[in-house]
Design a protein around this ligand. Structure first.
Ligand SMILES: [Zn+2]
Length: 143
């Protein structure tokens, strides 16, 4: 699991994301991931923060909506009127922080063990939307 933290900007244009902010926002994202898991979704939560304000949030809703595009990040993007339109979607993998030229901060492996536990729990669950198995069990007593 990978967490991307979009940094806030100070008035002088410097990047200001404290460890406490990261912890606070990642905790909120983890809570959304747990909420997804409780609803038999792949446990992913997404939070978009700009200037220390949540501008979009979402959790996976693929099974609930039976729509394979309803990933957490897409749900979060849909909540924000700043996204959409020609060229206005920010690519945090390649774009720089506005007005700074610095790349977005990426923090891989944040709370990795907890994230792996959530995924393991997900894969132990039964999927109520899965098609019935077509594999016949052999009748051992008659052969
Ligand atoms: Zn996704």
């Amino acid at each position: 699991m990978e967490a991307k933290v979009a940094s806030s900007l100070a008035p002088d244009g410097s990047c200001v994301v404290s460890a406490e902010e990261i912890q606070k926002w990642m905790e909120e994202a983890m809570q959304m991931a747990k909420q997804a898991l409780e609803n038999t979704e792949v446990p992913v939560g997404c939070l978009m923060v700009y200037n220390n304000e949540v501008v979009g949030k979402g959790r996976n809703e693929v099974n609930q909506t039976k729509n394979a595009t309803r990933h957490a990040e897409m749900v979060a993007i849909d909540q924000n009127e700043r996204f959409g339109g020609c060229g206005s979607v920010l690519n945090i993998a390649s774009a720089d922080l506005p007005n700074t030229g610095r790349p977005f901060q990426c923090i891989p492996g944040y709370r990795a063990e907890e994230a792996v536990q959530l995924l393991k729990t997900f894969y132990k669950q039964e999927n109520p939307n899965a098609p019935k198995s077509k594999v016949r069990k052999k009748d051992c007593q008659r052969s």
